[in-house]
Design a protein around this ligand. Sequence first.
Ligand code: HEM
Length: 149
Amino acid sequence: MKENCLQRIKTLYLGFFLVFFAQTSFPQEQTNDALFRALGGMQGVEKIVNDFVPLVITDKRISADFKDTNLKRFAMLLSEQICMLSGGPCVYTGDNMQLVHRGMRINNAKFNALVEQLQAAMDKNKVSPATQNKLLAILAPMQRDIVTQ
Ligand code: HEM
């Protein structure tokens, strides 16, 4: 009986040790995908982008800038970018923002117009204001690379 009890304690001790060892030696990958999930995951991001593109190409302030753009490719790359920046499992495969927008003569008014349409697309998809602000805060620093005028 005593022997049995001792054996169980030993097994339990070994179990605790193994769990502790596994956790310290192989830590779980730390990814914070809270924003990505708040946006509705990949389906949510793609819905937002698919609502955003028609708003952009019909906005008189910026539509001309997109007249020669492959919109399918643009939507795909923007979805990838938003997915990655919000902590989702994507890898952005497009070019860097400075290179892409170089020579487009984008000013602050155009930048703000595009952001306004992104907000409208998020409103349409019932994204909460707090979540919208988190995404916009991540995109805001790109203004330095995109606005050249
Ligand atoms: C936060 C703001 C912005 C973000 C996150 C953004 C993001 C992107 C991304 C991911 C691409 C695709 C990159 C690639 O082709 O490799 C792209 C392309 C493009 N962006 Fe932006 N952009 C922003 C602002 C703007 C503004 C303000 C304009 C003009 C008013 C603009 C015009 C374009 C155009 C025309 C293309 C397509 C370029 C081409 O056809 O090759 N973008 N943008």
